[in-house]
Structures are given as structure tokens and as C-alpha cells.
Design a protein around this ligand. Structure first.
Ligand code: PBG
Length: 336
């Protein structure tokens, strides 16, 4: 059937024109994903020559420091320039979390080893007490199990200072106590660590998507079905996230983070539009586990879904993404 071109109705704007071939799709693409956008979270263990796969996160491992250094060289060669350390503390958990600021603790030793062997690799640390407490909460609790804010902040400042002394480039408080950014900034300044950056987990929600992470660091059992609702945010709230971000910036954060990632892209966009500061999202363990599991089952195309998810973080205004997919994504981008 031929249509009479003069008589037929046609759309004046054909958005499909710009999509008709690869060169024009590339030309009008609004966002790009590069390896510079990736931050890789890794789990570390005491001892030597240890590598354990995390059952609920296939493809992710806990490494002892010697193997971490070897692996980190490979990640860095792929172009990854920043990793975050999460310790698996197998002993020395206490009610007051003293191990968190042990100068010879696992994280502190790992920072020194990484900095000595791979000076150009950025090292970021998590500031929170959950790996170190017997009960798996992020802070010091009272007799009712309530996490006490100001006492916890004092311990967090000691933890942050010990990370800075060991050579950490970026400190990232993930504990959600009030006032901790100012307290950490003050102690860093007072000790002449004026260039240590702070990425604040400003909008950290009380999310069920952290499940596999808690398995990975071994805090699930300690938490015993407890929750973190009295300090992490309610997933129903958006305005509160803006309030948190405003506070953290005013207290001295250099960058802010939203966590989890994909279900919270509206928060990312709103934060970026409101504050115009470097904004990061944490594509968390449960998000990784979902993609990985479905990919392994052959139910989704893992690579395409991951690359799409990464691009969506960029579209939502994120400057970068903390993701367990980082080495895979880096490899795919390199092969392209
Ligand atoms: C601990 C911390 C958690 C994560 C990062 N830091 C877990 C929690 O708050 O219970 C979760 C990361 C992930 O799920 O990948 N303060």
C-alpha cells in the first residue's frame, strides 16, 4: 500500500530521526559512563592468603591484606582509582567497639599496605561501629539497646582519626549519628589532616537491601533480627534527605552519598538539583545480589542490565557510583 505523502497526516516532530543510526544516537546522548565514575567496595580479613567467596554475593570475596594488595593492582590497572574497605572482624568485637580505632586494626593495616604498594590508588574507609560491636549496631547502646548518639560520635571521631593517620584519602561516615560530620571534620583539622576528604552517607535509609552486606561482614547474626530504624532513614521520606544533606554540607562534608541506589534515584536527582555538590550513590549489596542471581539463572542479560543501571545513576545526577560491579564494568568499558 502506498500512502499519498501530500494528503496524509504526519508528525512535525519525529523524535525517531535522531535515533535512526548509531552515530546520531551517540551524538545526542546526554550522559556518559566512564571508569572514573566507579568506586569499588571490598571486604577484608585478617591473616594471609585468604580468599572467601561471599555466598549471597557470588563473584565477591573477602580477602586478606596480602591478596587484597595483589587484586587491587589488577583493579587499578583496569582504571579503578578508588576502593572502599569493609572489615570482617572475627574477634575483638566489644560493647564499646575499641577495635574500631586500634592503630594496628585490620582497616588501618590495610590502608598502610595499599598506600605503600599502590600509592596512586585512592583509599576510602567506612566510619561506623557495626563491624566492631558485639550486637551489630553502628554505635554504643544503652541498656535498652538504643544507640546513644553523642557517645557514639566520640568513638567515631577516634575511628576516623585512626584512618587518617594510616593514610586514608577519604573518610565516609555511614553511621547516621547526628553531628558526626562536624565532629570528624574538627578532629581532622585539629590533627592537621586538612586535606582528608569526607564523603558523608547523608541519606542512608534503613533498607532491607543491605542483607548480603551484613552476611559478608558477619553482623547479621549479631543483630539478631534487630533493626537500625532509630538512626537510618525511613524509605518513605524525601524532604528529610534534603535536611540531612544540608546539615552534612554545613558541617564540612566534601561530597554526599545516597544509599541504596536504584530504588532511590529520585533522592539522587533531588539532592543534585538542590545542592549542586558532588553526589554519589551506593548501589548496595542486595541490588548486586538481585542482578547477579538473575544473570546466573539466565533470566536477564547481566552485562546489559548492569551497564543500563550504571547509566541510570548518571542520568539521575550522580557523579559516581559505589558498586560491587566496578571491576566487571571497568573491564567491559575497556573492551568496548
Ligand atoms: C554499615 C554499613 C552497611 C552498609 C555499608 N556500611 C550496612 C548497614 O548499615 O547495616 C551496606 C552496604 C551494602 O549493602 O552494600 N554501617
Amino acid at each position: 500500500m502506498t500512502l499519498n505523502i501530500v494528503e496524509r497526516q504526519y508528525p512535525t516532530t519525529r523524535l525517531r530521526r535522531n535515533r535512526k543510526s548509531e552515530f546520531t544516537r551517540n551524538l545526542v546522548r546526554e550522559n556518559t559512563l566512564t571508569v572514573d565514575d566507579l568506586i569499588y567496595p571490598v571486604f577484608i580479613l585478617e591473616g594471609e592468603n585468604r580468599q572467601e567467596e561471599i555466598p549471597s554475593m557470588p563473584g565477591q570475596y573477602r580477602y586478606s591484606i596480602d591478596l587484597l594488595v595483589e587484586k587491587a593492582k589488577q583493579w587499578h590497572e583496569l582504571g579503578i582509582n578508588l576502593i572502599v574497605l569493609f572489615p570482617v572482624v572475627e574477634s575483638n568485637k566489644t560493647i564499646l567497639a575499641e577495635e574500631a580505632y586500634n592503630e594496628n586494626g585490620l582497616v588501618q593495616k590495610a590502608i598502610r599496605a595499599l598506600k605503600a604498594n599502590i600509592p596512586s590508588l585512592g583509599v576510602m574507609t567506612d566510619v561506623a561501629l557495626d563491624p566492631y560491636t558485639t550486637h551489630g549496631q553502628d554505635g554504643i547502646i544503652d541498656d535498652n539497646g538504643y544507640v546513644l548518639n553523642d557517645i557514639t560520635v566520640q568513638v567515631l571521631t577516634k575511628q576516623a582519626l585512626s584512618h587518617a593517620k594510616a593514610g586514608a584519602d577519604i573518610i565516609s561516615p555511614s553511621d547516621m549519628m547526628d553531628g558526626r560530620i562536624k565532629a570528624i571534620r574538627d578532629i581532622l583539622e585539629a590533627n592537621n589532616f586538612v586535606n582528608v576528604q569526607i564523603i558523608a552517607y547523608s541519606a542512608k535509609y534503613a533498607s532491607a537491601f543491605y542483607g548480603p552486606f551484613r552476611d559478608a561482614v558477619g553482623s547479621t547474626g549479631n543483630l539478631k533480627g534487630g533493626n537500625k530504624f532509630s538512626y537510618q532513614m525511613d524509605p518513605a521520606n524525601l524532604n528529610e534527605a534534603l535536611h540531612e544533606v544540608a546539615m552534612d554540607i554545613s558541617e564540612g562534608a566534601d561530597m554526599v552519598m545516597i544509599k541504596p541506589g536504584l530504588p532511590y534515584l529520585d533522592v539522587c536527582r533531588k539532592v543534585k538539583d538542590t545542592f549542586a555538590v558532588p553526589t554519589f550513590a551506593y548501589h548496595v549489596s542486595g541490588e548486586y545480589a538481585m542482578l547477579k542471581a538473575a544473570g546466573l539463572q539466565g533470566w536477564i542479560d547481566y552485562k546489559k542490565c548492569v551497564l543500563e543501571a550504571m547509566m541510570c545513576f548518571k542520568r539521575a545526577g550522580c557523579d559516581g557510583i559505589l558498586t560491587y560491579c566496578a571491576p566487571e564494568v571497568a573491564q567491559w568499558l575497556k573492551n568496548k
